[in-house]
Write a protein that binds this ligand. Structure first.
Ligand SMILES: *[C@@H]1O[C@H](CO)[C@@H](O)[C@H](O)[C@H]1NC(C)=O
Length: 162
């Protein structure tokens, strides 16, 4: 019994140290969604479909030499959602999520505009208190736009005028 009492302060000290180590090891949770851009419009419409089983890659590159510091892939689940856990603070790097592979033969083209990459800030010094980060949705292009698209996009363009 006496032995146990002597060990308790040591045990408590070890716990404190472990707790401090965990607190220093920040971890971010990046969430996003992958869709099929079936109007080849570059944005989500009311007939957009989300893609399950799509592969995305999160990558952080160091500025200015573009050295890859962190790279991890994930596959979307139901509703096209994915979550990627990224350890450590990446303030000194440029981090983004990009499309890699679609499970759909008719909707697997990756566009080459800047919008195909979703930038995310993976640092605690970004003014965001919690560690969850939402990446912009990324869309694979459908091989041919659906017949309804011209009319649909006209309606969206009109909406923007108001
Ligand atoms: C999508 O929006 C367009 C234009 O507002 C509308 O005409 C169409 O009925 C909508 N389609 C669906 C599936 O909600």
């Amino acid at each position: 019994m006496a032995n146990l009492q002597r060990l308790l302060p040591i045990f408590a000290a070890v716990c404190l140290l472990a707790g401090a180590a965990i607190a220093a090891d920040v971890e971010f949770q990046v969430e996003g969604r992958v869709y099929c851009d079936n109007c080849r419009a570059g944005f989500i419409t009311n007939i957009t479909e989300y893609i399950e089983g799509a592969t995305v890659r999160l990558q952080c590159t160091h500025f200015p030499d573009d050295k890859v510091e962190h790279s991890v892939e994930a596959v979307t689940g139901a509703g096209g959602y994915y979550t990627i856990v990224v350890p450590n603070d990446h303030e000194e790097e440029v981090c983004y999520v990009q499309l890699v592979k679609s499970p759909r033969a008719d909707c697997g083209e990756i566009g080459d505009v800047e919008g195909e990459k979703a930038r995310i800030l993976l640092t605690e010094n970004s003014g965001q208190a919690d560690h969850r980060r939402y990446a912009n949705s990324l869309g694979f292009l459908k091989d041919t736009a659906l017949p309804v698209c011209p009319e649909l996009l006209k309606a969206y363009a009109l909406d923007e005028e108001y």
